[in-house]
Design a protein around this ligand. Structure first.
Ligand code: ASP
Length: 434
């Protein structure tokens, strides 16, 4: 009892310390999250099982995140689809851009799935608290699951949180809004405003992150010990490797062999944007720098850059898709879910669509993890455990996926510019402007 009180005193003092660091020194949220991560791990090691007594703080944080899942998918996806159909953005540039965005996302998810299958980051973890065999939808046949994508009642799908029917309906609604032209434009605006509002709530929820992270990592370190952290470490390494492979081979390959341009200029040219993406974890916040790098260093004309890049910062999230694929396999491995080929396809499809609906802000995909997990039959309770487990490391993972996200936008802008005759190759090849 005395020890529990002591643990709580230490914990609350750490909370207060982190709060004051933010309030007094303007220390950025991400830096506070990393401090919380380290502090939580230390507390967990020192206090062991006692750290479980504060897990509820992390659980509360996870509940806030889960609260936003359905509103976020619904509003962001409708708004995302509507933004693709902006008449200004359509035409040959628009079609090439969207096709390339989809293609690169597909490669990203394949890389994620291959790495997750080869290295099995989730093997050997025992997450306590849930019956591992409560999987529901996985036992349904593939035909039933595919059939189930079309909701008989979209409102009931929203209420039940059935992700695939929600995605399906959101996309259709977005298309309907585009087709309605002027008459439905106001509805499109309502959805983008609603998505904006939900993101604001997400932003508020993220202010709780340091405390949630600290409590969760203390619980992981205290009750599961070093081996669990090792698994998270492996997950992080795999994600970083996947991101590197995607940047070097997919983007590098496209620039070198499709656009037939030298690689070194490309990578040097976008370095600033990558650095900003890595430190802000937000493709939207990085957009001005990406625009500047692509126009000034890579010679992409404004007509292309100004339409391709903002769209990319909204819908093209290759790093996010790669991450979602790896975490889906990670979770399946933890809960012993046997995945069939159809499951892999379902993960790929859902991760691609989810990445379209992911906003370019820090930790956005954390809110949408549940989407991908639910399609392979991972229950709500299990998803909450996974989110709680991965969350403390999310910032580090987010930094890498955001770099991939913006590098993908830059790659596509160069390819589209080249094919449209809107690339100033002299500027691209000129090392001195970089
Ligand atoms: N932070 C990422 C971005 O802004 C989105 C994500 O959470 O995956 O691109």
């Amino acid at each position: 009892m005395g020890l529990t009180i002591f643990y709580w005193i230490v914990l609350l003092s750490t909370f207060v310390g982190i709060y004051y660091l933010g309030a007094k020194t303007d220390l950025k949220l991400w830096a506070r999250v990393i401090i919380a991560l380290v502090a939580g791990a230390i507390l967990g090691f020192i206090f062991g099982d006692l750290a479980a007594s504060s897990k509820w703080i992390g659980d509360l944080f996870v509940r806030f995140i889960r609260m936003l899942v359905v509103p976020l998918i619904f509003t962001s996806l409708v708004a995302g689809v509507v933004s693709m159909g902006d008449p200004k953005r359509l035409g040959s540039i628009g079609i090439k851009t969207i096709a390339l965005y989809m293609l690169t996302t597909l490669f990203a998810i394949i890389i994620g799935l291959v790495l997750g299958t080869l290295f099995k980051p989730g093997m050997g973890i025992e997450l306590t608290g849930v019956d591992p065999f409560t999987m529901g939808s996985s036992s349904m046949s593939v035909a039933d699951r595919l059939f189930g994508i079309v909701p008989t009642n979209p409102i009931s799908s929203l209420a039940k949180g059935d992700v695939l029917p929600i995605i399906f309906f959101s996309i259709l609604l977005g298309i309907g809004i585009i087709l309605g032209g002027e008459k439905t434009k106001a509805l499109g605006d309502v959805f983008s405003a609603a998505a904006e509002a939900v993101l604001k709530i997400a932003h508020m929820v993220m202010q709780m992150a340091p405390y949630g992270v600290l409590s969760l990592i203390a619980w992981v370190a205290g009750t599961m010990g070093l081996s669990a952290l090792q698994n998270l470490f492996v997950l992080t390494v795999i994600l970083y490797v996947g991101c590197l492979v995607h940047i070097i081979f997919v983007y590098g390959g496209l620039i070198r062999f499709i656009a037939r341009l030298p690689l070194s200029n490309f990578f040097k040219g976008i370095l600033d944007a990558q650095a900003v993406a890595y430190s802000t974890s937000s493709s939207s916040a990085t957009l001005p720098v990406t625009l500047q790098c692509v126009q000034d260093n890579l010679g992409v004309k404004k007509t292309v850059a100004s339409s391709v890049l903002p769209l990319g910062a909204t819908i093209n999230m290759d790093g996010t898709a790669l991450y979602l694929g790896i975490v889906a396999l990670f979770s399946a491995q933890i809960f012993g879910v046997e995945l069939t080929f159809a499951d892999y396809l379902l993960i790929a499809m859902t991760a691609t669509l989810t990445s379209i609906g992911t906003a370019g802000i820090p930790s956005a995909s954390l809110f949408l993890l549940a989407t991908v997990l639910s399609v392979i039959g991972i229950s709500d309770a299990q998803t909450a455990l996974i989110v709680g487990f991965v969350l403390p490391f999310d910032r580090i993972l987010d930094m890498a996926r955001t770099v991939v996200n913006i590098s993908g936008d830059a790659t596509v802008s160069v390819l589209v510019a080249k094919s449209e005759g809107e690339l100033n190759e002299t500027e691209y090849r000129n090392e001195s402007v970089i």
